[in-house]
Design a binder for this molecule. Structure first.
Ligand code: ADP
Length: 189
């Protein structure tokens, strides 16, 4: 049995994290945890939390730290995660969430923190072409603005601890996958 790998991936909205996470799952046998997907499932199921979250998400705002920390804490406690590890996508998005994650896991339990870097103009164009429910012009602008305001400090936080690796997210999909796998391998070495 190999040791479970625990990864965190950052990147602007539209950077291609979802696509690349599928590849990381294949390569490292980890479980993909996307807080956005989890929230969209809750919306679809029409749970009380889902109904509250929908309005927030449609406006491009962030769901409260308390709610999202609770969801992630519960998810990370499940057996599949303990056995297989994870790639965390869309969390932590604020420094409060980063502190909660480190408290849940203990800092040394994270093996790699990756920033998939794609320029602002490129991600804006990609999201406009994608057309998800919350991909309105205002929604896109709001989420990208919040990314800089709330999530950039989280990247700086990991960087200051020597944990952050930046990967160029421009190019062919397979090429980017190779870069990511290389970055994880380097972090594990
Ligand atoms: P995007 O990367 O385009 O914002 P996600 O699927 O990651 O898409 O998230 C969709 C929405 O879900 C966000 O705009 C936000 O409202 C909510 N959300 C997801 N993750 C978090 C989080 N960690 N904290 C707060 N809100 C979140």
């Amino acid at each position: 049995m190999t040791k479970p790998i625990r990864l965190v991936i950052f990147g602007r909205q539209g950077a291609g994290k979802g696509t690349q996470c599928v590849k990381l799952v294949e390569e490292f046998g980890v479980v993909h945890i996307s807080t956005g997907d989890m929230l969209r499932s809750a919306v679809e199921e029409g749970t009380e939390m889902g109904l509250k979250a929908k309005a927030v998400m449609d406006a491009g705002n962030l769901v409260s730290d308390d709610i999202i920390n609770g969801i992630v804490r519960e998810r990370l406690d499940k057996d599949d995660i303990k056995a297989s590890g994870f790639v965390l996508d869309g969390y932590p998005r604020t420094t409060t969430q980063a502190e909660a994650l480190v408290q849940i896991l203990g800092r040394d339990e994270i093996h790699a923190v990756i920033d998939l870097e794609v320029p602002l103009e490129e991600v804006t164009a990609r999201m406009k072409a994608r057309g998800r429910d919350d991909d309105t012009d205002e929604g896109i602008a709001r989420r990208l603005e919040l990314y800089e305001a709330e999530t950039r400090p989280v990247l700086d936080w990991f960087d200051a601890r020597g944990m952050l690796v930046t990967v160029n997210g421009l190019g062919a999909e397979a090429e980017i996958t190779d870069r990511l796998i290389g970055a994880v391998a380097t972090s594990l070495a």
